[in-house]
Design a protein around this ligand. Structure first.
Ligand code: FE2
Length: 611
């Protein structure tokens, strides 16, 4: 997120003091901190599942081999230590494993950081399953997962949309709330699952959590050991572990899984002189991501691609599809306008001919042309009600009036890290949506990145105030990362009341919404998640937010007991291609997946070790 480029100015005295201690020399492997969850048994990092299809799901764990002799170092994540280990897995139709439908074993080793992934195939459609792992006499927690509907039967769909879970930004109570929900088909995470920052001068998040919720490793993640450790830190968070254990996840990275505002060959937060080769750093970040996430890569041989093909499509029977985009690996460099931004893009002024020409240059791309073509094909003409798009950065054109950003009031700015920075791709996609005939199905774009909640019509053209809507975009709040309110608070003079900071934030978001006729809703206060409920008739988005900051609780993220609560609902009705108000939160589900039944179908377990 780059709403304001000065996140480091949030830092004040106490954090700087902590930085002097915690920052220390660069690249220290924090074996003690890393070993803490690993010492909690073989399966101290929990279990997870992901990428559900009608007949398969990926199950995941990390199996820490016990020391050979007392006193040997623990094979902590990122350490490269520990012997190869055989891990047994099993999948059943019931939580007590009376009706087992598949089992097998895989080997893991330091080559995959002792992570384990099994792509379990031959499962029944839209059915709930339980899974667990066993190694060296220990058994993991039991995970629950489920498959997707197949082509034969129409099911409603309900899932949570999340993004931007900065560990040092607050407690993951949004994940705890998801873990407690019993009505989700899956969790969709659209990026910034981890952040790369350290605990020193680059610390990102409220000072109140210094010393109680620190990053591991303590320094910025720039190599394989660092990224592995940061992923392990997240997997050892009890709230996140619960959400993984209870639901399958569909995930895609954004920039912070590597470094802030990445593009194909660099990033805002990468300094080649001191942080090495960006291509090597990114390769190691991707390796750690694939090891530690329940993510299924397509067969790279069968689907050749520029780099690694991370984008993929999920199908939910007659209801529609979900295309999950990946918009970092091959993107052109962001447009920079010094002194507004110097590298990696951000909020830049428009209306300057040379800048506008760069923004509209058809040779510049956000997704590479192959992916944009794949998306266009997926959207076109399948005759089913919905095409959902999991997306990293806002697609809808958004103009920021200069005055709300502390820039000269005559200026208008755009975020050049969003689709607004790649206007040829943006225009092509919006025009393609507009060209879809009635009855072809409607598009709902699901986005994160900007640490705030939005509901928007997608306009056919970015320049037409009397626009034709061609679809909608729902943007979820961050789990914990700083949003408009935190940035406003940091920018206001010390001693400003919380009420004044809230009012200023609301003034800013109202002004931004007012400057863009297609913005129907914008909240810059709450953190949490968005519940997405899909029926043939409509797609509804229920926003769940932390409470409005008050003098008693100026930053709800630092209170581990405060969970997000229902705030507001928006929807899009089939055929309307625009946002409308919804009357209230969705109710109980009408069609739960099959559970506990033994249908007697044989299953071929296909095992693939992680890495
Ligand atoms: Fe983020």
């Amino acid at each position: 997120m780059t709403v304001q480029p000065s996140r480091r100015t949030v830092l004040k005295g106490a954090a700087l003091a902590a930085a002097a201690v915690a920052g220390g020399p660069l690249r220290v492997f924090d074996a003690e901190a890393a070993a803490a969850p690993a010492s909690d048994g073989v399966f101290g990092y929990g279990v997870a599942s992901g990428d559900p299809t009608a007949d398969a799901v990926v199950i995941w764990t990390r199996a820490t081999p016990p020391p050979r002799r007392p006193g040997d170092p623990v094979a902590a994540p990122g350490s490269g230590l520990g012997q190869p280990l055989q891990v047994h897995w099993e999948v059943a139709r019931d939580a007590s494993f009376h009706h087992r439908v598949g089992h097998g074993h895989v080997w893991t080793s330091p080559a995959s950081d002792h992570t384990v992934k099994v792509d379990v195939r031959g499962l029944d459609a839209y059915t709930r399953y339980w899974y667990r792992f066993r190694a060296v006499g220990q058994t993991s927690a039991v995970g629950r997962t489920q498959t997707a509907p197949d082509d034969g039967l129409l099911h409603a769909l309900r899932f949570a949309l999340v993004s931007c879970s900065n560990y040092t930004g607050g407690y993951f109570t949004a994940y705890r709330a998801l873990g407690r929900r019993d009505d989700l088909d899956f969790v969709l995470h659209v990026g910034d699952y981890i952040y790369e920052y350290g605990n020193g001068a680059d610390r990102y998040g409220p000072l109140a959590l210094v010393g109680t919720r620190d990053g591991v490793p303590a320094t910025e993640t720039i190599d394989l050991a660092g990224y592995r450790l940061r992923h392990a830190l997240h997997k050892s968070d009890p709230d996140l572990a619960l959400a993984h254990r209870r639901h399958p996840w569909i995930t895609i990275f954004d920039d912070h899984e590597v470094a802030n505002n990445t593009w194909a060959a660099g990033a805002e937060n990468h300094t080649p002189g001191t942080e090495g080769d960006f291509a090597l750093r990114r390769r190691q970040a991707y390796q750690a991501y694939l090891e530690w996430m329940p993510f299924r890569l397509p067969d790279q041989q069968a689907v050749p691609h520029q780099g690694t093909r991370f984008f993929r499509r999920f199908t939910f029977g007659p209801l529609g599809d979900l295309s999950v985009l990946e918009t970092r690996q091959n993107r052109s460099p962001q447009v920079d306008v010094p002194p507004f931004t110097s590298t990696g893009g951000g909020l830049i002024p428009i209306g300057i001919p040379a800048v506008d020409a760069q923004l509209a240059d058809p040779a510049r791309h956000l997704p590479e042309p192959e992916q944009l073509g794949w998306l266009a094909d997926g959207v076109a003409g399948r005759g089913r009600p919905w095409h959902l798009i999991g997306n990293q950065v806002i697609l809808t054109p958004v103009r920021f009036p200069g005055a709300v950003l502390g820039a000269p009031p005559e200026l208008t700015l755009v975020n050049s890290d969003q689709w607004d920075g790649y206007q040829a791709d943006q225009a092509a996609l919006l025009a393609h949506l507009g060209a879809q005939p009635p009855g072809a199905g409607d598009v709902v774009v699901l986005t994160g990145d900007i640490h705030s909640s939005w509901a928007m019509d997608l306009p056919a053209s970015r320049s037409d105030p009397a626009y034709t809507p061609v679809g909608v975009e729902f943007v979820c709040p961050s789990v914990t990362s700083d949003g408009f309110y935190e940035l406003v608070r940091a920018a206001l003079p010390a001693g400003t009341s919380v009420a004044a900071a809230v009012a200023t934030t609301q003034g800013i978001t109202a002004t931004v919404a007012g400057a863009n006729p297609w913005i129907r809703y914008l909240d810059g206060l709450g953190h949490g998640y968005t519940l997405i409920d899909v029926t043939p008739q409509r797609v509804q988005a229920d926003y769940y937010h932390t409470p409005r900051p008050s003098s008693a609780l100026p930053d709800p993220r630092v209170d581990a007991a405060v969970e997000p609560a229902y705030a507001v609902s928006w929807q899009t009705v089939a055929g309307s291609r625009r946002v409308s108000a919804a009357s209230g939160p969705v109710g109980a589900r009408g069609d739960e997946p099959a559970e506990g039944r033994v249908i007697g179908r044989s299953m071929a377990g296909t095992a693939a070790p992680g890495g």
